[in-house]
Design a protein around this ligand. Structure first.
Ligand SMILES: [Zn+2]
Length: 439
């Protein structure tokens, strides 16, 4: 049998909305590799982004191929059809080898009663006490609870199966990487829910390699995590334990790992995530997109002259169309309008004032997360500028590339992956009580 196209242990999703930064992004992976951190690039772009920007999956793939060739990248790389559904997947199929099957819309919709009944019968192991290695307290579930969870998620997983088989029929079963995403929904999935979802995915025979649950806390666009970091860490550790358990229990691919749809820049959970990955020896896929577009604007502003003027115009346009731009992202932004500077104020800003407000440096007193979130959702303004924006990216490509590479490498890869092998054994050690916890 043909071998499954495997996703490497550490992979990092980089969005490139205007298809101009693949080289600058790849440069960050090269820097990481030079420091001994093997992180594989995945270029992710959703249908929503393509529609807003007016781009095509073929163009996204072409930009990646040019960068890989020019920088002589010899390791794997992938192109992710991000957040696809049955109705949007087809145009990605010739160009993607990674598919993020988004079934959030199906969560909570009732599955066929007979299918629910059959699932519960087949999975008696999910009722009662479930002991999972390295989770301190066994989960306790009742039949009623399992029925509730199955009722909530079974239809969504069945839909994922449909989409997977649709892609497989065209591309061939083992020629692509499959992710299932459930992050764009209202309530987070608990670790026991994740286990049940994975059991259902195994039943559908989806060779899933990454799963994107919704985590506890707020993942606002382009800004840091808002929530209880300790609670996040506990759940993240439990999710890793659940995944390792489900791989064995249900025969899922050994490469299965968590995919964190970060909404960019969740710096305060990077250290807890890194600790957990070391502790479990687990892999990780993390997705960002908007952070790269924001660095384009920072690079333009930093260049001064017409670059700065363009950055100011983007802000002015975003402020003017605030409601329209924020509406599709309402659940993932928290903008206090009173904290947004006026167009006139920003028109008087220097390069330094503009970049200080926008750059994600929480130590800088001039950093303004409200402005940053607004520009994050404002890429439609740049898309509408058409060639004026794209020409500026060309003209100021050095300034832009420097910011794109530095951001990815310094603020993301270094804290997450670089020097991981050198983590002291004490940190990597598993507490004795957990090491001895048996099935
Ligand atoms: Zn997502």
């Amino acid at each position: 049998m043909v071998e499954l196209l495997k996703l490497e242990k550490f992979s990092f999703g980089v969005g490139d909305r205007f298809a101009h930064q693949a080289k600058a992004q790849l440069q960050a992976f090269i820097l990481a590799s030079q420091q001994g951190a093997e992180v594989i690039p995945v270029w992710n772009k959703s249908n929503r982004e393509h529609v807003i920007v007016g781009s095509e999956p073929a163009g996204a793939r072409a930009a990646v191929e040019v960068a890989v060739k020019e920088l002589r990248w010899q390791k794997p790389y992938h192109v992710d059809a991000d957040h696809i559904q049955l109705k949007t997947v087809d145009r990605f199929i010739p160009h993607s080898d990674f598919y993020t099957i988004d079934v959030a819309d199906w969560i909570g919709k009732p599955a066929d009663a007979k299918a629910v009944e059959a699932f519960i019968k087949r999975h008696a192991e999910l009722v009662g006490q479930i002991s999972i290695p390295r989770i301190e307290w066994p989960f306790q579930t009742t039949a009623a609870e399992v029925e509730r969870i199955v009722g909530k998620y079974l239809l969504a997983v069945q839909e994922a199966g449909k989409i997977y088989r649709h892609i497989a029929k065209i591309k061939g079963e083992r020629n692509f990487i499959t992710e299932v995403s459930m992050d764009e929904t209202d309530s987070p999935q608990t670790p026991p829910e994740l286990l049940l979802i994975l059991a259902a995915i195994a039943d559908e025979k989806i060779p899933i390699q990454t799963i994107a649950p919704k985590f506890t806390g707020r993942f606002n666009k382009g800004v840091d995590y808002v929530g209880d970091v300790a609670q996040f860490e506990k759940e993240f550790n439990e999710d890793l334990a659940v995944i390792a358990f489900a791989v064995k229990q249900y025969g899922l691919p050994g490469t299965l790992k968590l995919s964190v749809h970060s909404g960019s820049d969740k710096f305060s959970i990077y250290a807890p995530m890194r600790r957990a990955l070391v502790r479990f020896g687990s892999g990780l896929h993390i997705k960002t997109a908007g952070t790269n577009w924001l660095e384009e604007v920072i690079g333009l502003a930093e260049a001064g002259g017409d670059g700065l003027a363009l950055a100011r115009d983007i802000y002015a346009g975003a402020l003017e169309h605030l409601e329209e731009l924020c509406a599709p992202y309402a659940s993932v932004i928290d903008i206090d309008i009173k904290k947004l500077p006026s167009t006139a104020t920003v028109a008087g800003w220097s390069s330094k004032q503009f970049t200080s407000a926008l750059r994600h440096d929480q130590g800088n007193q001039a950093y303004n997360p409200h402005l940053r979130q607004l520009i994050h959702v404002g890429y439609k303004i740049a898309a509408k500028m058409g060639n004026r924006y794209l020409d500026a990216l060309e003209k100021h490509k050095d300034s832009v590339a420097r910011n794109v590479t530095t951001n990815l490498y310094e603020r993301h890869m270094k804290p997450l992956f670089v020097g991981m092998g050198k983590t002291p054994a004490r940190e990597a050690a598993i507490p004795a009580q957990e090491a001895t916890a048996a099935l």
